[in-house]
Design a protein around this ligand. Sequence first.
Ligand SMILES: Nc1ncnc2c1ncn2[C@@H]1O[C@H](COP(=O)(O)OP(=O)(O)O)[C@@H](O)[C@H]1O
Ligand SMILES: [Mg+2]
Length: 362
Amino acid sequence: MAKVMLDGLRKEFDQGVVAVAGLDLEIGDGEFVSLVGPSGCGKSTALRMIAGLEEPTGGRILFDGEDVTDLEPRDRDVAMVFQSYALYPHMTVRRNLEYGLRKRGVPAEERAERVAHISRMLHIEPFLERKPRQLSGGQRQRVALGRALIRDPRVFLLDEPLSNLDAKLRVHMRAELATLHRQVETTMVYVTHDQLEALTLSDRIIVMNHGEVQQIGTPEEVYTRPRNRFVAEFIGTPAMNLMEGRLTSEAGTPAFAADGLTVPLPPELASAASAERLLLGVRPEDVAIVAPDAPDGVAAEVVLDELAGAERFLYLTVGTTQLVARVAGGTAHAPGARVGFRLPPERLHLFDGTGEDAAALR
Ligand SMILES: Nc1ncnc2c1ncn2[C@@H]1O[C@H](COP(=O)(O)OP(=O)(O)O)[C@@H](O)[C@H]1O
Ligand SMILES: [Mg+2]
């Protein structure tokens, strides 16, 4: 286990492609952090620099205070698992697991012990004498995790390890990975484009876009207090509703006006705004559905009512403004039905501007 420090870590490829623009991050001993962001935002490049597979063009990497920036991958004592978990096809699972230990001359008895321990933890004991092709995708992925973990690395790096699995298995392996992390307590850096994986697995999340860090925080912080429009939209599904409009005032109290609706704003929120055009944000689960004629509700039309098992997503329009409400069960609404909705003032997000980097005012 190790504490990892990234100090201004930067990677600029030829032709001036800045994959990672300068990453400052301290990862605690045994912490699970995720780098999350859309494809091409620099996640893998950052991870490969920590592994030593990619040479930084700026900044430093420290493990427990020791500068490892110029060390070869094998001298860093890190283990990495990729999306394509290339196992040796001609070797049994057991051989695959102990491959790294053999190469380093670990005695047979100790190898057998470690294989037994790891395969118990990952529930792959019954498959030890099989070849990879005789395993399911999930079993293979477990072997790949086991092969990396068996060395007891200081840092465990995972690059989209669940992306090749089908949806159900992915959810299952996600839970297993969380349990595994609790058991081994190794520092883990996890790369994913899947915001839900990042939210559910991590102690902390680093949201990236275009090579730049957008926000670092616990899943709860990032979800409840996104720093800017990009984070607000990227984290959470359905995405946060964002309505474009401007500040106004209603009977002396500040309000937000979008096409078709006016929403009273907490004064401290309104007074912090400086841009002409703003975005008002509200999570779908915070949109409260009320009767169409409820006194403090806004009347809207249902465009679509999607049943998603235990909950439903109501797509609403008022004027040209659209929003989604996430409601528990209840009865279906026909398209064109009238409903009312209320936006709780304490759940509103206001963004100063309309661009990706428009800052949240709280
Ligand atoms: N070897 C390379 N040469 C040039 N550009 C690269 C190379 N590897 C990655 N890039 C570019 O760097 C950016 C970040 O890539 P990557 O770290 O793989 O993103 P992610 O893992 O978030 O999808 C992308 O624009 C990608 O095209
Ligand atoms: Mg990648």
